[in-house]
Design a protein around this ligand. Structure first.
Ligand code: SAM
Length: 375
């Protein structure tokens, strides 16, 4: 049994069943043995899953174009901060800054790019990616543990980015049973003489869970399971507390409340990934597999509005990228029949835009704060 499994077993033995949110937090972010905090490749071909930045630098080029449009829409402030939460490999930061330097030198000149990463192991990987990347761009990158560290008080003007961050936040698991909402806890059971983790139902650990469904006007069907991401609200509160004026860009797989909790999703959306395979048991291979759940964009919007973040747009990833001109990139190839890069680019565009790839379930939410109120 792994050290992490032993630690969790001990916690259950001492305090009783634990919420799945606590279990998931340990499994992903335990400082020593968590999935994201322990050594090893997680993201990309030799890891467990792909993310858009690992598909092709084109994704970063498109986000650089979006950042430029937002900077322009905000009247080109002299200081423009970009802060990326959960930068993973650091590849997106590298590609965005390289594209800004190449295509938008005026924004590049004003830019400071901050990376906010919970995992020290990934922070080291990001430092490697970004110091061996674009020569001369190193001074643009800064690591902080939280937004508050960027500048005392507020980020006066800027954009906050989060690509596949929110799906990696620990979630509570609930189930509708006997006409009531129950929470699913993690406990221990005996299987052929061994202690194994198992789910047990219990009362809600916090009234926020019932309030969550009431506020979204959602009634689960009898027997239906679902996930609730309460950490997303804390994260939005942190963003809005430290961003005085600017935009928040959230890209992730997910849906609105109505789609997310529809009866056809009887078992919820919790999924695990290991070596590019879907694993259906989150209670095994602790710290060795990714655990993730779809993002509820409706709550990001309503919570955001309560926190002065106004929804600017919610669109599918394909629509977002097409609006930014991703398809025009194909026409820009100098001689696309001869260019060996062309095949890579068309394949990347297919993966980012078509329904069979990331185009199907990925959405983009843009929220803004105080942008129309002048510099
Ligand atoms: C699914 S990965 C996505 C990585 C990267 N954005 C990408 O698209 O390749 C989630 C990332 O978020 C980080 N993360 C999770 N919770 C975080 C938090 N509260 N603050 C900062 N980073 C966090 C993880 O360590 C990891 O780098």
């Amino acid at each position: 049994m792994s050290d992490l499994a032993k630690l969790i077993q001990q916690e259950i033995a001492t305090s009783g069943p634990i919420t799945f949110a606590w279990f998931m937090e340990q499994a992903l972010y335990h400082p020593q043995w968590g999935y994201y905090t322990s050594p090893g490749t997680k993201i990309g071909r030799t890891g467990d899953f792909y993310t858009a930045p690992t598909v092709n630098p084109l994704f970063g080029t498109m986000l650089a174009r979006w950042l430029y449009q937002m900077w322009d829409a905000a009247d080109r402030p002299a200081q423009w901060v970009v802060a990326e939460y959960g930068p993973g490999t650091g590849i997106l930061a590298r590609d965005i800054v390289a594209a800004l330097r190449r295509n938008h030198p005026d924004l590049y000149a004003t830019l400071n790019y901050y990376l906010i990463e919970i995992s020290d192991t990934l922070k080291e990987l990001q430092q490697q990616t970004l110091t061996t990347g674009e020569p001369g761009a190193d001074h643009k990158f800064h690591w902080v543990n939280r937004l508050a560290e960027i500048s005392p008080g507020y980020i006066t003007n800027g954009c906050i980015l989060a690509n596949e961050l929110v799906d990696a936040f620990p979630v509570h698991l609930v189930r509708q049973s006997g006409g009531e909402l129950q929470e699913m806890y993690v406990s221990l059971s005996n299987k052929e003489g061994d202690s194994v983790f198992t789910f047990v139902p219990g009362p809600l650990s916090t009234p926020e869970l019932a309030e969550y469904f009431n506020s979204q006007n959602v009634q689960l069907e009898e027997g239906q399971r679902a996930e609730v991401n309460l950490q997303a609200r804390e994260w939005l509160a942190e963003v809005t507390a430290h961003l005085q004026r600017g935009y928040l860009l959230t890209i992730d797989y997910g849906a609105t409340s109505e789609e997310l909790y529809a009866p056809f999703r009887h078992d919820g959306t919790l999924r695990c990934f290991h070596k590019h395979h879907l694993v259906d048991n989150p209670l095994t291979n602790l710290g060795g597999q990714d655990i993730t759940a779809h993002v509820n964009f409706s709550t990001l919007i309503t919570w955001g509005e309560q926190l002065e973040l106004r929804k600017k747009e919610l669109v599918s990833q394909p629509q977002f990228l097409i609006n930014l001109g991703i398809l025009d990139i194909l026409k820009e190839q100098p001689d696309y029949t001869q260019d060996p890069e062309f095949a890579k680019i068309t394949s990347a565009i297919k993966q980012l835009v078509l329904p069979g790839g990331m185009g199907g379930i990925f959405k983009v939410l843009v929220q803004e704060k105080a942008v129309s109120q002048g510099n």
